[in-house]
Design a protein around this ligand. Structure first.
Ligand code: FE
Length: 341
């Protein structure tokens, strides 16, 4: 991450100098990103090599970036916002910061359910939220999200807290498929099956299998793939003990979420921003972009990184991810009503 510093300082300097109006600099695209992977650097360098357009990068967490864009208003230098989770992209839509992008390159490359219906944002990599289990303790793991509420798994399951956006998006998907009432029943059934109070990040759910606290855990695929590729303490050494199930393969497919990006309404370098998104959808960039966080590409024909290939291919739920945002507030309400921590 340190190699980003000169660029970041350059842009910060420009901001400190008090830009009266956004500079429509030639050959620049200003990127606000909540991704923070070293591989992204090489990805941006390749874009510059192909187009001559310099990438200026501002990194922060998603909510900070969105707040910053809103505070900067018409003077924002930001051209593109990149973030993870459809729920956060939804917040960007709600805040009306995105402008639609009419690009045949993007609409042809990216499946319809992985972009906003009005093309306000596009997904560039995807992750599945799947079921992991202790092969030593569980003979017949749940095969669907619905089965996580089956009483035969009482006291066995570990998940994140409902304050986390992944847990909210999963509930939002359940609402979309079953309606609020059934989704609430499901949530209560899941709560009754927990091995411990919801806590920690996704890696902690997986570590819970290794420590013996959790027989079953729900996590995004990339946390597991990362522990295959690199040494993750408390996890990598015992990873062979963990099995996994892509839920709902016999019906609607597995719940997925995405890394995505949109061009901002106030973008001073709009043409470059669109070029940048089109570049991210190219097969070589796709392989790099997804591998940066052990994710799946979104464009057909792009290769899987070795860690992701080990997890394997699956059928994804084709629910439009915009729906997750629509149901987000209701998802939060339901988790609260159930008393899910
Ligand atoms: Fe994550």
């Amino acid at each position: 991450m340190t190699a980003h510093t000169p660029i970041r300082l350059a842009l910060a300097g420009a901001l400190l100098a008090g830009l009266a109006a956004p500079a429509a600099a030639e050959g620049v695209v200003n990127l606000y990103s909540s991704r923070h992977y070293d591989t992204d650097e090489a990805l941006y360098a390749e874009f510059t090599a192909q187009t001559g357009i310099t990438v200026n990068l501002i990194e922060a967490n998603a909510d900070e970036l969105l707040a910053r864009i809103q505070n900067e208003g018409a003077n924002s230098p930001a051209d593109v916002l990149i973030t993870v989770d459809a729920g956060r992209l939804w917040r960007g839509v709600e805040a009306e910061v995105f402008a639609p992008v009419d690009s045949e390159t993007l609409t042809r490359a990216i499946p319809a359910h992985l972009r906003h219906p009005d093309n306000l944002w596009f997904s560039f990599s995807q992750r599945a939220r799947i079921i992991f289990y202790d092969k030593e303790r569980v003979d017949q793991p749940p095969q669907s999200y619905e089965e996580l509420a089956d009483p035969r798994f009482k006291g066995m399951i570990c998940v994140r807290s409902s304050g986390n956006i992944y847990q909210q998006s999963l509930m939002a998907a359940m609402i979309a498929h079953h309606g609020a009432e059934k989704a609430k029943e499901w949530g209560a059934g899941l709560l009754a099956n927990l091995a411990r109070d919801p806590q920690g990040g996704d890696t902690d759910q997986l570590r819970g299998i290794v420590s013996g606290e959790c027989a079953i855990a729900v996590s995004n695929t990339y946390y597991f793939a990362r522990a295959i590729r690199a040494d993750v303490s408390g996890l990598s050494d015992s990873i062979d003990r963990i099995g996994w199930v892509f839920p709902n393969q016999s019906d609607r497919g597995t719940h997925v979420n995405v890394s995505g990006a949109g061009v901002l309404k106030t973008a001073p370098n709009r043409d470059n921003a669109v070029k940048f998104l089109e570049y991210l959808a190219s097969p070589s960039a796709q392989e790099y972009f997804s591998a940066g966080n052990d994710e799946y590409p979104v464009v057909a024909g792009a290769g899987l990184s070795p860690s992701v290939a080990r997890l394997g291919l699956f059928r994804a739920d084709s629910l439009n991810l915009g729906e997750l945002g629509l149901n987000q507030a209701e998802a939060v309400r339901i988790w609260d009503e159930i008393g899910f921590k």
